[in-house]
Design a protein around this ligand. Structure first.
Ligand SMILES: [Zn+2]
Length: 124
């Protein structure tokens, strides 16, 4: 994935990380409403707008997961992969992760196939 393509995901991940850390107050709320503090934080609301508002709503549901610590680690990992330039590839098999999936779960390190395999392993 190109750096430019990663950028909106990076914004989302940073936002998600802030929320998982309990840093909810200004960041998330302003991003969802007007984005008035953009000059201060250097965020790029245009990129987020490109991905649509549905995505932001979906992110709220992501925060309902039971293990926030694990989620935070995954977000951190995704940010590292963006820095490495490997974001968007499955860490398990190396396949490209579909953008649709990344939009739904921006921090996922796995493609659909590997994720479902891991999921079934976890249940047993
Ligand atoms: Zn995979």
């Amino acid at each position: 994935m190109k750096k430019a393509e990663m950028k909106p995901f990076k914004e989302l991940l940073l936002d998600l990380r802030a929320r998982l850390r309990g840093d909810v107050s200004s960041l998330a709320n302003s991003a969802l409403s007007h984005g008035t503090d953009t000059s201060e934080t250097g965020r790029a609301p245009a990129d987020i707008a490109d991905l649509g508002n549905n995505m932001l709503e979906e992110n709220n549901s992501l925060l309902l997961m039971d293990n926030e610590e694990e989620a935070l680690q995954q977000v951190e990992g995704a940010l590292e992969r963006i820095a490495d330039g490997t974001y968007g590839s499955c860490v398990e098999c190396g396949s490209r992760i579909p953008k649709m999936r990344l939009k739904a779960i921006p921090y996922t390190p796995y493609c659909v196939k590997c994720a479902s395999e891991l999921e079934s392993n976890r249940r047993t």
